[in-house]
Design a binder for this molecule. Structure first.
Ligand code: PLP
Length: 349
């Protein structure tokens, strides 16, 4: 494969979580929402398909979605870009801000896609370990880099850095700082209010988690209009399908429906954390729709495998064998999970 760029040949591809095609799994491995989206989203899609044609291209800049965003988040359309999931927007940010030999810094462990995107650019990922309390590493705050990424709340830990620390990071950084807020609706505060004061801030959001629309592929990038103008140069002309735009518009109109599901998930999260602690797990303090657990230094592959055999999927990362990341599902799903975990652990003991 000598005709493939060396940088690509040498790197590992990003490995997404399993998406089983078989029915019947309790799926707690990729942080999807266990509740369906507002029924009005589905109704709107069906209505659209029965009256309109897919023969035409979609709006290039998802104008009507941006109008809804303006109403909800208060940012005029020049401050927002809509993407095919926030992964597309992360991709664009790396392409625009990180070239060959540049340095991309981020606290680690985190979403490993950042490493993949940096390596594709032939940029150097600078992975700075979080301290034990998961506050921002000082070295990250003062790092000289071409791009800084902060996943907040962070995956896979679920931990959250308060806004004051994010503000300090922005004050100390002259490069662009992307805050990936895929899970922020499950956390106390967003960095969006800092946007008007810091032109180097970019904030990525998604409808995949809190709005139960991972299958629709919709993400938003908020940034200063001059910054977005540059990023738009790298965007596909028709990056968001007509159906995704129609669904996103209705989902935003139904934001209260989504926020009720968020409240339910947060309350399930508190109960699940307590139950797991009773079983002897250490549960990282989570402000997301998942928890990261460990049990001393035990390799948890056995638990992942036995749960999978029982058709419960959680996330096991071979590079971090002492941890499992578990999405918060419905109360009924979590009852089954907790019961199975108890049985498996007692069986092993
Ligand atoms: C931290 C983080 N950022 C971004 C994404 C991608 O989300 P989207 O579905 O919007 O592409 C994920 C998905 O799991 C994620 O965990």
């Amino acid at each position: 494969m000598s005709f493939v760029r060396e940088a690509v040949r040498k790197m590992e591809g990003y490995i997404p979580g399993e998406q089983p095609q078989e029915e019947g799994y309790i799926k707690l491995n990729t942080n999807e929402n266990p509740y369906p989206p507002s029924p009005r989203v589905v109704e709107r899609l069906i209505e659209f398909l029965s009256h309109s044609s897919l023969a035409l291209y979609p709006q290039p800049l998802s104008d009507r979605v941006r109008e809804k965003i303006e109403k909800i988040y208060g940012f005029p359309r020049e401050w927002v870009m809509v993407g095919n999931g926030s992964d597309e927007l992360l991709n664009l940010v790396f392409r625009v801000f990180a070239g060959k030999g540049d340095v991309v810094a981020y606290p680690f462990p985190t979403y490993t896609l950042y490493r993949t995107l940096a390596l594709l650019q032939e940029a150097t990922p600078w992975e700075i370990l979080f301290p034990d309390d998961f506050s921002l590493p000082g070295e990250f705050v003062t790092a000289r880099a071409n791009l800084k990424i902060l996943c907040n709340p962070n995956s896979p830990t679920g931990t959250y850095v308060p806004l004051g620390e994010v503000e300090n990071l922005l004050r100390r950084s002259s490069c662009p700082v992307l805050v990936d807020e895929a899970y922020v609706d499950f956390a106390p505060e967003s960095a969006l209010p800092l946007l008007s004061r810091f032109p180097n801030l970019l904030v990525a959001r998604t409808l995949s988690k809190s709005f139960s629309l991972a299958g629709l592929r919709i993400g938003f990038l908020f940034a200063h209009p001059e910054v977005l103008r540059e990023i738009l140069k790298a965007k596909d002309s028709y990056n968001v399908s007509t159906l995704s735009q129609i669904g996103a518009e209705m989902a935003l109109e139904e934001i209260e429906y989504a926020m009720k599901n968020v409240a339910k998930i947060k309350s399930t999260r508190s109960w699940v954390i307590r139950e797991m602690e009773k079983m002897g797990f250490y549960v990282y303090p989570s402000q997301a729709n998942f928890v990261l657990v460990r049990r001393g230094g035990q390799d948890l592959r056995f638990l992942y495998e036995e749960l999978k055999r029982r058709k419960i999927l959680v996330r096991y990362f071979p590079e971090w064998p002492e941890y499992l990341r578990i999405t918060i599902g419905t109360d009924a799903q979590m009852e089954i999970l907790l019961h199975s975990m108890r049985e498996i652990i007692e069986g092993v003991a």
